[in-house]
Design a protein around this ligand. Structure first.
Ligand SMILES: Nc1nc2c(ncn2[C@@H]2O[C@H](COP(=O)(O)OP(=O)(O)O)[C@@H](O)[C@H]2O)c(=O)[nH]1
Ligand SMILES: Nc1ncnc2c1ncn2[C@@H]1O[C@H](COP(=O)(O)OP(=O)(O)O)[C@@H](O)[C@H]1O
Length: 205
């Protein structure tokens, strides 16, 4: 059985990563979502273990010390990190997993998983980005300003990604990402790796 695809989705705050991810999961029930750990406080309606594993700074530092995180980064005053075991176990069972993470973390994942699929979700414009994050109503004006500054920095790192997907319409953006996933499953190098293990198995038999 071939390993699943590790898919990384990044993009500035408010571009629609969460919205697109939840749509993708509804369309593709076999796509596994990696739940991150964070020291950020839960937003209204967010559930521990579903949206994030909400941690104190001490608990987060302990996860780092135990090497329990595949990557971690500080973003606008809080820590965020990807629990390692869950990602590795999911890939071994042949399932695809999606990590919704910011750029510093994505670059660290790329060092460990060069074969990962790195997708950057792009806003139609910076004005629309600010409109979306403001309308979401989850951050105060100072945090929004800080996130907008970070957004411009993040977008300058787009060249490290394999794909740039504009989130103009949710349906269209999901469709583009599903097409990317389908195409990545058809890459010849994945087939060649599988062929090698099939040959090995037949030689042993
Ligand atoms: N490096 C890293 N970034 C993460 C992780 N989980 C979430 N993030 C990113 O942290 C940033 C802030 O997330 P959040 O506070 O939920 O804000 P939102 O993206 O605007 O909903 C976003 O860019 C997330 O993609 C993680 O495990 N590792
Ligand atoms: N294509 C889109 N068109 C209009 N609004 C969108 C679109 N995608 C997401 N949104 C809205 O933008 C806001 C931010 O989306 P969210 O998924 O929370 O972004 P992120 O996870 O990237 O911070 C939400 O209110 C969401 O409903």
């Amino acid at each position: 059985m071939s390993r699943g695809l590790l898919i990384v989705l990044s993009g500035p705050s408010g571009v629609g990563k969460g919205t697109v991810c939840s749509q993708l999961r509804q369309r593709q029930s076999d796509l596994v979502y990696s739940v991150s750990a964070t020291t950020r406080l839960p937003r209204h309606g967010e559930i521990d273990g579903i949206n994030y594993f909400f941690k104190t700074r001490e608990q987060f530092q302990d996860m780092i010390a135990r090497d329990a995180l595949l990557e971690h980064a500080e973003y606008v005053g809080n820590y965020y990190g990807t629990p390692r075991d869950f990602v590795e176990r999911t890939l071994e069972t042949g399932k695809d997993i999606i990590l919704e993470i910011e750029v510093q973390g994505a670059l660290k994942v790329k060092e460990k998983f060069a074969e990962g699929v790195f997708i950057f979700l792009v806003p139609p414009s910076l004005d629309e980005l600010k409109h979306r994050i403001t309308c979401r109503g989850t951050e105060n004006a100072d945090v929004i300003d800080h996130r907008m500054t970070v957004a411009v920095e993040e977008m300058s790192l787009i060249s490290y990604y394999d794909y740039a997907v504009v989130n103009d319409q949710i349906d269209a953006a999901c469709h583009r990402i599903q097409s990317i996933i389908t195409a990545e499953h058809c890459r010849k190098d994945r087939f060649i790796a599988e062929l090698a293990s099939m040959q090995e198995a037949s030689e042993k038999a």
